[in-house]
Design a protein around this ligand. Structure first.
Ligand code: PPS
Length: 302
């Protein structure tokens, strides 16, 4: 079913399902529940992100790696068609029938994912982005995405995000649950910030994880065509061609800023102090480093 049909009659809204918000008109709870039983092939790759953490970026990188850097081979399809979301209506059937390699993305929490992943079938790439920038990016996206409620103002959205009252639910829970199962799966954690700071090294790391042998020129082409500046120019890669029923392109661009630290121009001092307190409580002992400021050199944390 075309998700926009239901939008016309019923309207999109967040509907909790087993403790996770799905979006009515785009997701079907019964289909989402079936994902757990999916057969996974060793060549399957699932990119997992909390929303606004670099999904579109990883879609572009994966399909370019698959095409050995040949940008022309990727122009026929939108990146969201080459590397689709598994949780959207109708994608389960498509997954079963698709040829290998099946490259997919998802914002789902760990508990919904195919059980076979925890038997070390397939591969998972989890992209982490510092949650202050996630919050800001998500705030702006709520104005563009017709399936999400437009926030009254930044503070209204800040509160919603802190409560986990958004699609993706609680950022802290999402990352911690996935990370706690890391030893059960073939999983690579990569950060949005390391990709910003050194895309070449990040692309090499991803292609090594996927077991792909690309020449230096092929890797260079993957990097070149997945920079923010170049993706902004490629309509098949930047969601410009996604239906106006889902994204109101007049209200803003999906490829908005693509940087680290935009939260500094949005958070008040009080919001920042509150966020830091919650972050410290929730993430104590969490091993991955976070980068909050573009001026901080690679591999240092806060
Ligand atoms: S979504 O809606 O959850 O799928 O969004 P997602 O794709 O995860 O995240 C969108 C943010 O990623 C930024 N982006 C990039 N940053 C740097 N380089 C590249 N190539 C790139 N591609 C996408 C995009 O601009 C969104 O972040 P903000 O901060 O809003 O700019």
């Amino acid at each position: 079913m075309d998700p926009t049909e239901e939008h016309a009659s019923d309207g999109f809204k967040l509907v909790p399902h087993r403790g996770f918000n799905l979006i009515n008109g785009i997701h079907d709870p019964a289909e989402v529940d079936r994902i757990h039983g999916w057969d996974v092939r060793d060549s399957d790759v699932f990119v997992i992100t909390y929303p606004k953490s670099g999904t579109i970026w990883m879609q572009q990188i994966l399909r370019l790696i698959e095409a050995k850097g040949d940008i022309d081979a990727t122009r026929e399809e939108l990146n969201s068609d080459s590397v689709p979301w598994i949780e959207l209506i109708g994608k389960g059937k498509e997954f079963e029938e698709a040829p290998s390699p099946r490259l997919r993305v998802s914002h789902l929490q760990y508990k919904f994912m195919p059980l076979a992943l925890s038997q070390k079938k397939g591969k998972v790439i989890y992209v982490v982005r510092n949650p202050k920038d996630v919050l800001v990016s998500y705030f702006h996206f709520h104005k563009v995405a017709t399936m999400l409620e437009t926030p009254k103002d930044f503070n209204d959205f800040f509160e919603k995000f802190m409560r986990g009252d958004v699609y993706g639910n609680c950022w802290f829970e999402h990352i911690k649950m996935w990370h706690s199962h890391k030893d059960d799966m073939n999983i690579l954690f990569i950060t949005y910030e390391e990709m910003i700071q050194d895309l070449q090294t990040a692309v090499e790391k991803i292609s090594r994880f996927l077991g792909k042998q690309l020449t230096r020129d092929q890797l260079a082409s993957v990097v070149e065509h997945s920079t923010f500046r170049n993706m902004k120019r490629i309509p098949q890669a930047n969601y410009e061609l996604i239906s106006g029923e889902l994204l109101d392109h007049q209200k803003g661009s999906f490829m908005r800023k693509g940087t680290i630290g935009d939260w500094m121009s949005h958070f008040t001092v009080a919001q920042n102090e509150r966020f830091d307190k919650v972050f410290q409580e929730e993430m104590e002992g969490f091993p991955l480093p976070f980068i909050w400021d573009i001026r901080v050199k690679p591999s240092s944390s806060k």
